[in-house]
Design a protein around this ligand. Structure first.
Ligand code: GLN
Length: 500
């Protein structure tokens, strides 16, 4: 059995444990061995075998007492943007930054505390772009992550370690965060399923803040079903996050399975209207991506969905709008890293100002510094009205454009990214290239809408392509339902990269 553990997703692992064919300790040991074997991917920043095995033993004992839930004993790993209680897990929290290297948090992020209460086991912390800024995981202070489908290519970012670990079968599922696409885009680049819920569904308490009005947590897994199981445990109101949505707890797995009214066995999506924004299919969209996405849309049609034309006229503007608002918020959030309140302190310094300057110069990487400078600029007197206020007005218009679309459709679909995963180092020193590639994920983020990446097929070089599904506020259940129906009819999501 243990030789096969890496092939099992979340639901399958839980089933094996419930049937008594596998213990959490056995599963944990097998996965820890795989993580060591595939260190070349750079997916993990920290692993703690002793605390993981202790949690697994506890989960097995809980099951023996007849108190197991849907996730008890399931091993997971977490993006290193979530703080982990060092005393409990023995795991530091770095946010991919030298600024926080070795940081020992005194508490767990709410999302992780909830997964822990559900009985999951934490194997370790996953590499990510520094403070979640990036689209390729090349901005991590601890080195890049490699895409298991092609070790010369990036896994996407900023949740690149999470996506690579799930795709390489090192973990059945992982947590990630998405500010402008960081769950959906790496999921697309590595052929896994990921969901960013509506802003406010998952607590941000204990998530190292990047852009607070955009940051959301969510799962990356091998199927919509596994995402639903994780999201049910992770989500829910938290009084410690002022923007947490006050809604009753949700069972996303039940919502995923609930049949649509008027649906039939052959046509589970009968009556579902899927809107295709013309701006999501521009001439610059890579042909291989378009072919795979259109193939998945044809499958959805076979399952009963109807495709309708809609328009998101401000799609292109979402790039400048996001790259004003996100850096503005980041410049404010990152002011706490001054070598006194938090973070690295320069060994050699003069007076207080000199210490701040040297500590921040040494602790932050180039992309983070760039964003702090842009953010400070757009918030400064004289530029605030010209940039920040304009961007906020456009953000509202982008959100309104989605509501106009949802008059005509139930879900919106399109590509996640304009191309498949690119080569490591391909973007050189030009950050604009990466910013432009965020075009299809940023609109939904700015509107605060839920979005998913679902494996749609393969493109150039055998690289995975994701289909993006966007729903209206709190329509995670509808997204998961459509993705699940697609996955019951197709097998793209079951493919593993060679050697994993
Ligand atoms: N690529 C985007 C950025 O660099 C999104 C990152 C994210 O979602 N965390 O900001």
């Amino acid at each position: 059995m243990s030789a096969e553990v890496h092939k099992l997703g979340v639901a399958a692992l839980a089933r094996e444990m419930e049937a008594g064919r596998l213990s959490s300790v056995e599963a944990t040991q097998a996965l820890l061995a795989g993580i060591t074997r595939h260190a070349e991917l750079g997916a993990f920043l920290a692993v703690n075998e002793a605390t993981a095995l202790a949690q697994a033993r506890e989960a097995d004992a809980r099951r023996a007492r007849g108190q197991a839930g849907a996730l008890t004993g399931v091993p997971l790993a977490h993006k290193d943007i979530f703080v982990t209680d060092f005393a409990r897990t023995g795991l530091p929290t770095t946010a991919g930054s030298k600024m926080l290297a070795g940081y020992q948090s005194p508490f767990d992020a709410t999302v992780l505390a909830r997964l822990q209460e559900a009985g999951t086991v934490t194997l370790g912390k996953l590499n990510c772009d520094e403070f979640a800024m990036g689209s390729a995981n090349e901005n991590s202070a601890f080195g890049p992550v490699k895409n298991p489908w092609d070790l010369q290519r990036v896994p996407g970012g900023s949740s690149g370690g999470s996506a690579a670990a799930v795709a390489a079968r090192l973990v059945p599922a992982a947590t990630g965060t998405d500010t402008g696409g960081s769950i959906r885009q790496p999921a697309s680049f590595t052929g896994v399923t990921g969901i960013k819920p509506t802003y406010g569904v998952c607590s941000r308490y204990g998530m190292v803040a990047f852009a607070s009005s955009l940051d959301q947590a969510g799962p990356l897994a091998r199927s919509a079903e596994d995402c639903a199981l994780l999201l049910s445990a992770m989500s829910g109101f938290d009084a410690r996050d002022a923007t947490s949505a006050q809604r009753p707890p949700q069972d996303f797995a039940a919502a995923m399975r609930a049949p649509r009214e008027g649906a039939t066995a052959a046509q589970p999506l009968k009556g579902l209207r899927i809107g295709l924004p013309e701006e999501f299919f521009p001439s610059a969209l890579a042909a291989d991506v378009e072919t795979a996405v259109r193939g998945a849309l044809a499958e959805l049609e076979k399952l009963g969905a109807t495709l309708v034309d809609v328009s998101l006229p401000r799609t292109e503007l979402s790039i400048p709008v996001y790259y004003i608002i996100a850096p503005a918020e980041a410049s404010s959030n990152l002011s706490r890293f001054d070598g006194v309140k938090f973070g690295h302190r320069a060994a050699q310094h003069g007076d207080l100002m000199d210490m701040y300057r040297k500590s921040r110069a040494e602790g932050f990487g180039p992309e983070v510094k760039r964003r702090i400078m842009i953010g400070t600029y757009v918030l400064s007197h004289g530029y605030y009205d010209a940039y920040y206020v304009q961007a906020q007005k456009l953000r509202r218009m982008i959100a309104d454009d989605f509501q106009a679309c949802f008059q005509h459709c139930d879900l919106i679909a399109g590509p996640v990214a304009p191309t498949v995963a690119w080569q490591l180092g391909a973007q050189g020193e030009d950050p604009l290239q990466a910013y432009l590639a965020d075009i299809f994920t940023l609109p939904g983020s700015l509107a605060g809408l839920p979005g998913m990446s679902v494996p749609a097929g393969f493109g150039q070089g055998g690289m995975p392509v994701g289909l993006q599904l966007i729903g209206n506020y709190f329509e995670e259940g509808a997204l998961l339902h459509a993705a699940h129906a697609l996955q019951l009819a197709t097998d793209h999501h079951t493919r593993a990269p060679a050697g994993f």
